[in-house]
Design a protein around this ligand. Sequence first.
Ligand SMILES: Nc1ncnc2c1ncn2[C@@H]1O[C@H](COP(=O)(O)OP(=O)(O)O)[C@@H](O)[C@H]1O
Ligand SMILES: [Mg+2]
Length: 271
Amino acid sequence: MTASRSAAHPVGGTGRIAVRNLGKRFGALQVFRNVDFEVGEREILAIVGPSGCGKTTMLRCIDGLLPHDEGEILVGDQVVNDPIPGVAMVFQHFGLFPWKTVYDNVAYGLRMDGASKADIAERVPAFVNLVGLTGFEQAYPYQMSGGMQQRCGLARALAVEPRVLLMDEPFAAVDAQTREILQFELLRIWETRPTTMVFVTHSIEEAVLMGDRVIVLKGRPSNIDETITVDLPRPRSRATLREPRFGELRERVWSRLMSEARAAEYQLERG
Ligand SMILES: Nc1ncnc2c1ncn2[C@@H]1O[C@H](COP(=O)(O)OP(=O)(O)O)[C@@H](O)[C@H]1O
Ligand SMILES: [Mg+2]
């Protein structure tokens, strides 16, 4: 279930992702169908969609944790049917081992890869430092705020030097201020080590701030309603939020999503 598997066994292949005609069902529930998209090397693709539309399910399919029913997923030139090397996930609820310290949580993926003790001793402090947790190596998750726990989750995913980073609403469980801080830290980290990223969020602002493109998922079963190119320059910063173009793009995504949200609300009210 965790950050995977590349550092000790470096793998060839790129971080390109191709999702073709993807479909997934749970019993009678068809979650999504006919989903097609590609993510370029070092591109950030943001995915937004209403709660329950299948965002987490789609990420778990790309991670190879969950089998899909139709279509095909490729990472680099590898077909994904099981977890493959070089793909790491950051979870909404941090996904840390509560009985492990920060150090051991960050080391986990490296140990799984069979990295040497010396390698681990060198890498863990570097990634702990990258996310601003130096001094907390021996702390346990319960001793830390939500924001700190997610910094740890991020360090654990980054430590294996993935070619693809899958983010499932990574900042949804922290308070609004911490969320802003972490968004800009993630952008800073991405600038220093650009990685292909699929960034799932229900925050429209976050999707536009992070993404090179934003995919809007709608419908039951869901599929791609629109793909919006975010032509905002990088590096992005707090100043990006004040650009008129940012506002225009946010409105565009908002209007695509809201028609769906209203329909869903009325459906609920009718029972
Ligand atoms: N393991 C599962 N078994 C059955 N249904 C599931 C399972 N996981 C998710 N679902 C259902 O699939 C749909 C999509 O869920 P999910 O991917 O978590 O949506 P999102 O992340 O967009 O909120 C929901 O209706 C959810 O109840
Ligand atoms: Mg989800």
